[in-house]
Design a protein around this ligand. Structure first.
Ligand code: NDP
Length: 330
């Protein structure tokens, strides 16, 4: 490969947002697998990186973008051959390692997975980190034990966001009665089409409440954190479990031990970035088995190019994106 190509770059920590530049092949890191990045996506974390509003990059210059779907061009590793379609996410991409917003990227083989069967590249990125994180959460809730679909309602907070939308879709497809918590009542029809059966306003959960409240949920996927997560824990029924994966409402947790010591409620942390391979594969298996293809189209109707990325990054931080945005690079 000899031609130059476009990429989004953050040159240093003083730079206010990433800018579009032209790179040459010799600019790329010295890693064994050269990938043509065909699609990526926009996550909340990408919004922080692209706008410069959050300190995501810890090394400069940095190429942001945490989700890669691409085609192998060259590989020094026997696990991958030219023409293979691959995906990658996490593993420090956009933080300490150059990420997806570059038409070509060099990556380590241990970060790559062959594209999960049954999904196109575009679908894999519509799912991306958000859908895969939702699947990690749902798998954790189920393997915690005792979560049966006939026992009561499960709650998803930040429901109209990327992780929330996929959590609603997966849980409803598995037969659970899903309550969606959202701050945007105009998304109710959208969330109903993904299987949510009832709604609570985000504001109901964002005021500090008592350490133990009426038992409402057999389980929950929380993407919001802070007071919301504290209330969700206080409202979880005896023996239930809550996965915490996000901080859209804040990174603090003003909670008490009461739900845990009096109701055996479990709080399960979920990280997607360094998740071990087995857990990643199990999450993609759940997506392959459970996700309804029409739900992917409902969740990710928007495809953009580099030109619209900065505006979309502002919009996701302002909570104005519903579902997912796919980025097409090729
Ligand atoms: P999105 O921006 O797509 O969704 C976040 C949703 O949270 C919004 O759509 C909104 O939902 C809700 N929200 C936004 N601001 C607030 C607020 N101030 N108070 C309460 N709710 C709010 O983000 P993602 O779905 O991509 O990510 C969700 C969270 O999960 C983020 O914090 C992200 O950093 C984290 N995350 C963590 C991962 C991990 O590895 N642990 C992996 C992926 C994401 P609504 O409009 O419905 O109220």
């Amino acid at each position: 490969m000899s031609d130059n190509f476009p990429a989004m770059i953050i040159r240093d920590k003083e730079q206010k947002g990433a800018s579009l530049e032209t790179l040459s092949p010799s600019d790329l890191p010295d890693y064994p697998v050269l990938v043509r990045v065909d699609y990526s996506s926009l996550n909340y974390k990408d919004g922080l990186a692209v706008t410069g509003k959050g300190r995501i990059a810890r090394r400069f210059p940095m190429v942001p973008g945490i989700d890669v779907a691409g085609t192998v061009v060259e590989s020094d590793d026997p696990a991958f051959s030219p023409g293979d379609q691959v995906i990658a996410n996490g593993h420090g991409l956009s933080e300490t390692e150059w990420g997806a917003y570059s038409t070509f990227q060099r990556l380590k083989p241990e970060w790559l997975m062959h594209q999960p069967e049954g999904f196109s590249q575009k679908q894999a990125m519509a799912i991306g980190t958000a859908g895969y994180t939702a699947a990690l959460c749902v798998n954790q809730l189920i393997s915690w034990g005792g979560l049966a679909s006939d026992q009561g309602q499960v709650l998803v907070t930040g429901a109209a966001g990327g992780v929330g939308s996929f959590a609603v879709s997966l849980l409803s497809s598995l037969g659970f009665d899903v309550t969606a918590s959202t701050g945007r009542s105009q998304t109710h029809d959208y969330l109903r089409s993904l299987g949510a059966s009832s709604f609570i306003d985000r504001a109901e959960l964002s005021e500090p409440g008592k350490p133990l409240q009426a038992e409402r949920w057999i389980g929950a996927v929380d993407t919001v954190g802070s007071v919301t997560l504290a209330n969700v824990l206080a409202q979880t029924a005896y023996g239930g479990a809550v996965t915490a994966c996000g901080l859209a409402g804040g990174y603090d947790l003003p909670a008490s031990v009461m739900p845990h010591i009096l109701r055996s409620v479990a709080l399960i942390g979920v990280d997607s970035v360094m998740a071990p391979k087995k857990r990643r594969e199990a999450a993609w298996r759940l997506l392959q088995k459970t996700l309804q293809p029409e739900h992917i189209d409902i969740i990710a109707p928007i495809e953009i190019g580099f030109d619209r990325l900065p505006k979309a990054a502002e919009a996701i931080l302002a909570g104005k994106i519903r579902g997912r945005v796919v980025l097409k690079l090729g």
